[in-house]
Design a protein around this ligand. Sequence first.
Ligand code: CP
Ligand code: NVA
Length: 305
Amino acid sequence: MDKHILTLLDLEKADFETLFQRAIELKERYRKGITEKTLAGKTLGLIFEKPSTRTRVSFEAAMVQLGGTPIFISAKDTQIVRNEPVRDTARVLSRFIDAMAIRTFSQDLLNGFAEYSDIPVINALTDLFHPCQILSDLLTVIEHKGGYDGMKIAWIGDGNNVANSWINAATVLGLDLVLACPKGYEPHLSMLEGRKVVVTNDPKDAARNADVIYTDVWASMGQEGEQILRKKVFYPFQVNASLVKEAKKDAVVMHCLPAHRGEEISEEVLEGPQSIVWDQAENKMHMHKAILEILILKKGDDTGV
Ligand code: CP
Ligand code: NVA
């Protein structure tokens, strides 16, 4: 495993498997009420420059449940807001804490932080990628489908950060991934070159015989100004009962949340029997525990992991 998780291309297939296995173990132990102390004395710093409910709270809870301490670092209350260079912040924070989770706009900024950081840096979402989301989503697919091999995964909607991370996961794991996006909203060519994923402009094509239907908001954080235009363009890409009918009978519907009912997904489907979105949200915490243990303890401590 690389020192950081900046994109899913930092992971090999074996790393995915190690994370799934440990997350499953930790989830079982949590359910049995067994407490962990694997990260006692360790600290996780969190800088979030965009809103977050699931990612931030699940990382913080994960750290506490492993015996460690999360420290939320409000960017606007630090010297970051007064333009202290990222490379200086990275070098200083590396001397205080054991890992950093960062949600920000620019992937370059995150990469720049990681370059100067002595401690593991975890991408908690950028404009380009959301790697930890797909790790916990795949854990959820494994739980509901028994595995991901041979599963047709249909992405319906915007070619955004979550879609890009699905493409990376498909590249490393050899997933059968089909993305249906409106013309002009497909993932950037640089994300697709040399990749074995299918891109279409027809949501029904993508959904046909799928095992997993996945969607996300039409306007991501930072694109609020495009919301009205996007609503019009994306309307034929709504995940509703008629689209889900194209998929296999036992297909599951996923959404990273937050959801906009009546836009990218209908209320009926989101709250319906095929939706596994709440399991998906829960699994973020179990996966984040596995990520934190593996990245932090890799530093040479006697882990037992
Ligand atoms: N899915 C996800 O990343 O949610 P938050 O924005 O609430 O963290
Ligand atoms: N694509 C969405 C994901 C939110 C978790 C966004 O970036 O806003």
